[in-house]
Design a protein around this ligand. Structure first.
Ligand SMILES: Nc1nc2c(ncn2[C@@H]2O[C@H](COP(=O)(O)OP(=O)(O)O)[C@@H](O)[C@H]2O)c(=O)[nH]1
Ligand SMILES: [Mg+2]
Length: 199
């Protein structure tokens, strides 16, 4: 075993710092399973568990609590969805950056989530715009515009990435952790304030 850490190790390390209740919403086929297999490489069963109309909950790393759900067209919200949204400290959205229909589906999902007032209005939102390797992939600016992100009352960031090549995943994981720590600084009521910010 070499001393140098691999890109994969760096990615896992960055994601481990994202200590929060993270709600992950992806449009089906946009690459949720592929991305999560990179972020959580030691969990071979987990991709298969994301199916049907149920949310999957897991804590792959200490303090990193994930609740995942794939939106399909016309699927009902999974049981306990409102409960998960209320507890959410960060939203991670996974879309296919080459497929306009999935971007519009996610925008409509966000409309409903924010209209319902179930979610903290200052919640950070990170969009993983996956499949950036495709020729038809849109830029982060085009994605933000199609999803009308500036109309939502939140701090958001669009990260173009590819689960296929690995490009952009580390930047996305770092952004997730960064926005979570920022939010904790301005939200003293948060239960999970980390003393060790260098860890
Ligand atoms: N070109 C390309 N294909 C991808 C990428 N990520 C996932 N895919 C493919 O997209 C399809 C759906 O991926 P999957 O992870 O199962 O999506 P899920 O339904 O959101 O969990 C599969 O055929 C993947 O191989 C990517 O970054 N680039
Ligand atoms: Mg899947």
């Amino acid at each position: 075993m070499g001393q140098k850490t691999s890109k994969q190790d760096d990615l896992v390390h960055a994601f481990k710092q994202a200590k929060a209740n993270i709600v992950i919403i992806g449009v089906k086929k946009s690459g949720m399973t592929s991305i999560l297999q990179k972020l959580i490489p030691n969990n071979p069963n987990f991709g298969g568990s994301m199916m049907g109309n149920a949310a999957t909950t897991m804590t792959p790393y200490k303090g990193v609590n994930l609740t995942m759900w794939g939106i399909g067209f016309g699927l009902k919200r999974p049981p306990l969805w409102n409960y998960h949204l209320k507890k959410a400290e960060e939203l991670l959205l996974i879309v296919d950056s080459g497929n306009r229909r999935t971007l519009v589906a996610m925008k409509e999902e966000l409309d409903e989530i924010f209209e319902s007032n179930l979610i903290h209005s200052k919640i950070p939102v990170v969009v993983f715009a996956n499949k950036s390797d495709l020729e038809c992939a849109k830029s982060s600016e085009e994605i933000a515009e199609t999803m009308t992100l500036k109309d939502f009352p939140v701090r958001w960031h669009v990260q173009c990435c590819s689960a296929l090549t690995g490009e952009g995943l580390l930047e996305g994981a770092l952004k997730l952790s960064e926005l979570i720590s920022e939010k904790k600084l301005i939200s003293p009521a948060s239960k999970n304030i980390e003393k060790d910010t260098n860890g």
